[in-house]
Design a protein. Structure first.
Length: 352
């Protein structure tokens, strides 16, 4: 289900495009629960979802997004060095917008420095200075508002978009080309690699760039580093804070805590790349007969029912590289943490 794409004015001069509303999301949740499914994007919806994610992001027991943000800030100058002047900025799953603000500030600084040393014709190729556009995108309307507020003091044109990444063919109608298309905060790993890379590849235009980050394994299966990493992943994703974040939708709609249990496993799967691929497997085990009212109807569960949730892949850098190559991407630059557990990749579609 898609929204109307209605334009709404926010505080200040920003414009927000709402492609899916709260009622649409509730109906989608209702339909998903009837199929015993709870996709991860429902964890981020509503004011409660926004609050819970921001709390989890700051939690000591769940440092994944925070460490990726640190890696971004440590390499920001080097990253922006390879982003052409005049490129616009699109970020999917923007969250609080802090990391995006950091990137924008450095992009603006680079544009201004180059403008001092060259004529506008040399810098922008048209004799007319180009405005930098920023498009924060999230399924949580409040997150988009927060991201827009974060950059009110910067000299950028903004348009927030409330919608799904799957709707890129519609989303892209709202932005100016060329774009730096970003998926930050480990969000890339929450999708099937073939699906997400094919979707992005089909919707990037010539001259666009793709940047994403990932929390990864430092080595392939069998090594001490890999075994240690598996244990850390299980501890992190099984933490009380992350468990509470995952069960919030059921609690929000009235299910009692004693009626279900959150379970997380780390499964080894074959991937067609070097070494095995690991993926988290999350489920909610129903312990008692129960029911909840969601949007248009009531969903009933019986003891023993299992609700399937989302997942997170844990790649090595070599495995990510193989998937990118398979889907027609060329890695322009990579930024690996010293322990090889976090990476930022800047890529483009191959031509020819």
């Amino acid at each position: 289900m898609q929204g109307t794409g209605q334009l709404r004015k926010d505080s200040g001069n920003e414009t927000k495009v709402v492609m899916i509303g709260e009622e649409d999301l509730e109906e989608k949740l209702y339909e998903s629960l009837k199929k015993y499914e709870l996709p991860d994007y429902f964890l981020y919806t509503g004011s409660g979802g926004a609050r819970n994610w921001l709390n989890l992001d700051e939690s000591r027991t769940f440092p994944i997004a925070r460490k990726l943000k640190n890696l971004l800030e440590e390499n920001l100058i080097s990253i922006v060095k390879f982003i052409p002047t005049g490129m616009n900025f699109v970020s999917i799953g923007v969250g609080s917008g802090e990391k995006e603000r950091s990137v924008l500030k450095e992009m603006i600084k680079k544009n201004e420095e180059e403008a001092k040393n060259k004529s506008e014709e040399e810098v922008f190729g048209s004799g007319k200075k180009r405005q930098l556009y920023y498009y924060p995108i999230d399924i949580n309307s409040r997150m988009v508002d927060i991201a827009l507020e974060k950059v009110q003091d910067l000299p950028v044109e903004t348009k927030g978009i409330v919608g799904f990444i799957e709707d890129i063919p519609l989303l892209k109608k709202h932005w100016h080309l060329p774009v730096l298309f970003c998926i930050l905060g480990n969000t890339f790993c929450n999708y099937e690699p073939d699906f997400i890379l094919k979707l992005i590849g089909e919707n990037l235009e010539s001259g666009d760039l793709f940047m994403f980050d990932a929390h990864i394994f430092p080595a392939i299966d069998g090594s001490d580093d890999a075994k240690s990493m598996r244990n850390k992943v299980l501890a992190t994703y099984s933490s009380r804070e992350n468990a509470l974040f995952n069960v919030y939708p059921l609690l929000h709609y009235g299910m009692a805590p004693e009626d279900f249990d959150f379970e997380l496993l780390l499964s080894r799967i074959e991937s067609g790349t070097e070494g095995p691929l690991y993926r988290t497997r999350k489920t909610l085990q129903i312990l008692n007969d129960t029911e909840i009212r969601v949007g248009p109807g009531t969903v009933k569960f019986k003891e023993g029912d299992v609700i399937k949730m989302g997942f997170t892949y844990k790649y090595t850098f070599e495995q990510i590289s193989a998937f990118l190559n398979k889907e027609g991407f060329e890695i322009l630059r990579k930024f690996l943490s010293e322990d090889r557990t976090n990476v930022i990749i800047l890529a483009k579609k191959r031509t020819g």
